[in-house]
Structures are given as structure tokens and as C-alpha cells.
Write a protein that binds this ligand. Sequence first.
Ligand code: CA
Ligand code: CA
Ligand code: CA
Length: 155
Amino acid sequence: RCTDVSYQCQDGKCISMTQYCDFHDDCDDRSDEINCYRPPCNMSNEWMCSNAQCIAIEKRCDLLVDCVDSSDELKCGDWPCPTEFLKCPSSFCIPPQMVCNGLDDCLNGEDEIDCGQYACMIAKFFIIIWSYHNQQINITALAFTSAVVPRYVHI
Ligand SMILES: [Ca+2]
Ligand SMILES: [Ca+2]
Ligand SMILES: [Ca+2]
């Protein structure tokens, strides 16, 4: 009854083949998500969602929903962040570019506390800008300048 490019649910409904085993329930009886082959996640750089979907490990607790079932953003309190990421107290992991960027990303803005920014000239027209947060240094920009920047300046 379904066309060649569609999948027939056990109750007879036709869905697109692209909806078969895509982690969303498309058949009313959910038969498109039963008996799917789910390859195991690569545990060295992936995390397995509750629905067996694999996502990159940095996407766990990063405030954006990546698992279809949202399980990557649940139970973040004890999740240790990857190196480079800042852990908000008992909460999410903040990527380095969001630390000390002037916007509160942790619930109480802990990622914007104890920040500093420095610049130094590396060539006649280039300056490098970096920031620190609790002694963790992040290079934030390599900028073009015509201004005279002393070798090392707090900005
Ligand atoms: Ca589906
Ligand atoms: Ca996520
Ligand atoms: Ca921030």
C-alpha cells in the first residue's frame, strides 16, 4: 500500500523512509522506532542519549538540546565538563568562547566573575587579545590595529 520510498507502520500508516529509525515516533504505534539497528556510540568522544542516539561528548550539558529526547540536557549537576569548558556550579558546561564574553551564561553569571582581558602587540599592525577567568587563559582574538599598543597592556 505504501510507495517504494515510504515505510509502512505496523498499523498500516505510511511514513517517509527518512522517518524510519530517526529517533522520532512517527508511526502512531511507534513501530518505526522499534527493532532499529543502533550502532554503539564511540565512548571516547561520544555520549549516548537515553534513546540510544549518539552525540559528540561536548554537546552533553551545553544548554542546547541535541538528543531528540533532550536527555543530553538532563542530570547535568554531576556531569564533569570536557577540558577547556567551564562548569557552572552544579549545572551546565560553558564553552571557552562564552566565558568572559560580557554575557551571563551560567545561571548566576559565574562565568563573568574574575575576568580580565589583555592585549599585546605581536607585529606592527597586529595585536593579540586574550582573556582569563580564574587563571584559565583563552585567546579571544587576533586583531588588526593601527594604534600603538605597548607590549603588554590590560584593556
Ligand atoms: Ca521515526
Ligand atoms: Ca546539548
Ligand atoms: Ca559568558
